[in-house]
Design a protein around this ligand. Structure first.
Ligand code: AMP
Ligand code: MG
Length: 359
């Protein structure tokens, strides 16, 4: 009897240890590796949830692909032909989000500029090369002012009115997918997890007795520029031109395009955003990369962000005070410019002066 009790205790102990272990999974979606770490669940529960999640990711990857055939491809063909097109409710929701992010960012985030992204060679899985596209073609596309507003949705029908629009959800699809995935895991009883898609990550709960800790990559080497402990449910997204770019005659052209000029952004090396909504954080990181050192404060305010970090090409750091409080910088002596709270600023002019002086 005593042996039985001892065995029972031992097996309870072992199964609770097993439950507390991390279960890691690696998936390849959206052109990047997604690493999932689940904490405090059995392997069976984890495996089941991750199988569903893998299916859902693959479906979204196909449906939202910017240049291969699929639901988005069909919609883009209809837009190019100027004909109305039936869409499902997931696509309606996605278009609503895309339109809202374009509005919030005052057009710096613009998922209707797929034609420009394609002109720069980024609608390909290979690394683009060659010279920049023809200037007059770029100017023509900018002049046509493609916008999400050019697409009206009525009773499940997308009605286009500008043939220059080509949808490209590359700037926020990962965020939408990770938000969906985090909800799915929670519905399966997973209370602690981190979903990391190449440095863009969503969290659920905590990592045992401590918070999930994220490292923000240094844009110019493989180290970490800062770490931050994330509260349950927080996400962190980073956009940068160090990862995906086109190179020609020694010059790099970022995959992030300024919709106002049609040219790749050149000033910012990376922009990171902490928020609770992955889709918004993803779109915002892209928008802030376009805004650059002169306009990021205004864009942060327009998009309702109070935790932002930017790194410029000289290694200068720009951040909101809330971000500054939370980050542990790897190189504490880096040139740091903390901007007053964007929401407390009287005018943008002051902000520019403040960071100009500190720099
Ligand atoms: P991210 O890495 O999240 O900044 O997304 C970059 C991707 O978003 C690019 O590869 C393009 O597909 C797309 N993109 C580029 N410029 C913009 C822009 N200004 N607004 C929205 N999406 C963009
Ligand atoms: Mg983004």
């Amino acid at each position: 009897m005593r042996v039985f009790v001892a065995l029972l205790l031992l097996s309870t102990f072992l199964s609770s240890c097993a439950r507390q272990a991390d279960h890691k999974y690696t998936l390849y979606v959206f052109g990047t590796l997604v690493e999932l770490t689940l904490y405090g669940v059995s392997k069976e529960t984890g495996d089941q949830a991750v199988a569903l999640l893998t299916q859902g990711f693959q479906q979204r990857h196909k449906d939202w692909h910017a240049w291969e055939s699929g639901k988005l491809g069909d919609l883009n063909t209809a837009i190019a032909n100027g004909v109305p097109h039936k869409i499902d409710k997931d696509m309606v929701a996605l278009l609503d989000q895309a339109r809202e992010f374009e509005r919030m960012s005052r057009g710096l985030f613009n998922p209707a500029i797929g034609k420009l992204v394609a002109q720069w060679g980024f609608h390909s899985s290979d690394k683009p090369g060659g010279p920049p596209p023809d200037k007059s073609r770029i100017a023509e596309l900018v002049k046509a002012r493609p916008s999400m507003e050019d697409l009206t949705v009525k009773r499940g029908l997308a009605i286009p009115r500008n043939k220059a629009v080509q949808l490209d959800f590359g700037g926020f699809a990962k965020g939408v997918a990770l938000d969906w995935a985090a909800q799915l895991l929670q519905r399966h009883g997973i209370k602690n997890a981190v979903l990391n898609a190449g440095g863009d990550l969503n969290t659920i709960g905590r990592h045992g007795s401590r918070a999930w800790r994220a490292g923000i990559r240094h844009p110019s080497h493989w180290g970490v520029i800062a770490t931050v402990d994330l509260q349950p449910g927080e996400v962190i997204y980073t956009s940068g031109n160090y990862f995906r770019f086109k190179q020609h005659e020694g010059k790099r052209y970022s995959h992030i395009i300024d919709p106002r000029t049609g040219w790749p952004v050149d000033h910012i090396v990376s922009a990171s955003v902490i928020h609770k909504n992955g889709a918004l954080a993803d779109a915002a990181a892209t928008a802030l990369s376009v805004a650059g050192p002169k306009a990021w404060v205004e864009t942060a305010r327009n998009m309702g962000l109070d935790q932002v970090l930017l790194v410029d090409k000289n290694g200068g750091l720009y951040m909101t005070p809330k971000m500054q409080q939370r980050l542990t910088l790897s190189e504490p002596k880096s040139k740091t410019i903390a901007i007053k709270d964007p929401f407390a600023l009287g005018s943008l002019k002051n902000a520019i002066k403040a960071h100009g002086a500190a720099y």
